[in-house]
Design a binder for this molecule. Structure first.
Ligand code: TLP
Length: 349
């Protein structure tokens, strides 16, 4: 029996329609700008985000890196959230490749940064200090259990950044989840951003790829940086074809993932030894505290019974719902969780 894989929405498999589109994709050399399928995906992505242009990149990590390289010079500073993916999971790429100093502002439980604290962290014009070149936010917020920022939150942070001459970037790896949760067009959330990224290879189920959207001139510079980091792909229409299917047919169904995540959270919250406020779950990520044993032990017990989850930080477990997870899988995962927490777990599923 294959496991119920709740480690991440990155484990999603392409749909049959995606596989067909990939097989049939019309392709060309994208470094020459001649891949019609990539061009079509980029045009669709730009339109969805309400931006002039877009560029297809290999991953969300590359997307954030090339945006950072575009907005920041060596010796500049970027302000990012204290729990952000850029800080935690991108191997300090912007520091390593861009010579950019990463400075954090606390993320609250919603993944929000206090605009006053961002304001206070902005560098004055002073020959001793680095220039604050970029402020970045994450929406939805991975380590804050998929929490959503609305257009007012985003607008408030963008206003501070822009008033101080800094670029405003959104790591929108799961921006469609945010848009679905808010029932708002993604372009509304993207409006104040100089660059916004989103991932095709997470809840949208594509095998590979992310997109960066922004103004025409900005995206031209992002494209050069993509080339610099070795991300110029050739007949990339093969993978972009899946992205087109995703934008056309996979966004609406994200609500199903959110409903499954809420139900999972409600069930987990009732169990002993688990700390979780299910009312905080807005999208497809459920992070909960484990009080009576190390989270690693908890994960091992789950794994032994056919349920995979991940370990985001000490004392915490993360479960992510996605296209491959049905309501029945949620019930099964809850049965396993109940057996483990009530000390009835033995044998395998
Ligand atoms: N997140 C992955 C892991 O890296 C933790 C996951 O399983 O959730 N921004 C955000 C907000 C992300 O959550 C991720 C991936 C990325 C960027 C990077 O995307 P990829 O994995 O395509 O480089």
């Amino acid at each position: 029996m294959s496991p119920i894989d709740l480690r991440s929405d990155t484990v999603t498999q392409p749909t049959p329609e995606m596989r067909r589109a990939m097989y049939e994709a019309e392709v060309g050399d994208d470094v020459y700008g001649e891949d019609p399928t990539v061009n079509r995906l980029e045009a669709m992505a730009a339109q969805r985000m309400g931006k002039e242009a877009a560029v297809f990149v290999a991953s969300g990590t590359m997307a954030n890196l090339v945006c950072g390289l575009t907005h920041c010079q060596r010796g500049d500073e970027a302000l990012i959230g204290s729990r952000s993916h850029i800080l935690m999971y991108e191997v300090a790429s912007l520091a390593a490749f861009g010579g950019v100093q990463l400075r954090t502002v606390p993320n609250d439980e919603r993944g929000m940064m206090d605009p006053d604290q961002v304001e206070a962290a902005m560098r004055p014009k002073d020959d001793h200090q680095p220039r604050t070149a970029m402020v970045a936010v994450e929406n939805t917020h991975n380590r804050c259990s998929g929490a959503v920022l609305d257009s007012e939150d985003i607008g408030a942070l963008a206003e501070v950044a822009h008033r101080h001459g800094a670029a405003f970037h959104i790591d929108g790896a799961r921006i469609f989840n945010a848009a679905v949760a808010l029932d708002a067009p993604p372009a509304e959330l993207a409006r104040p951003a100089d660059t916004i990224t989103f991932c095709l290879s997470k809840g949208l189920s594509c095998p590979v790829g992310s997109v960066v959207c922004g103004g025409k001139e900005t995206i031209a510079r992002v494209r050069r940086n993509r080339k610099m980091v070795g991300g110029g792909m050739r007949q990339a229409g093969i993978i972009a074809a899946a992205g087109i299917v995703a934008l056309e047919s996979m966004v609406g169904r994200l609500k199903e993932d959110h409903d499954n995540a809420k139900r999972l959270a409600q069930g987990l919250a009732r169990l002993p030894g688990i700390t979780l406020d299910p009312t905080r779950i807005q999208t497809n990520i459920v992070i909960f505290g484990v009080n009576d044993r190390p989270a690693e032990t908890f994960l091992e017990a789950f794994k032994a019974r056919g349920v995979l989850a991940s370990f985001p930080e000490r004392g915490k477990v993360r479960m992510v719902t996605h296209y491959g997870i049905t309501g029945q899988d949620v019930d099964e995962a809850l049965n396993v969780a109940e057996a483990i927490t009530r000390g009835r777990a033995y044998g395998s599923r």
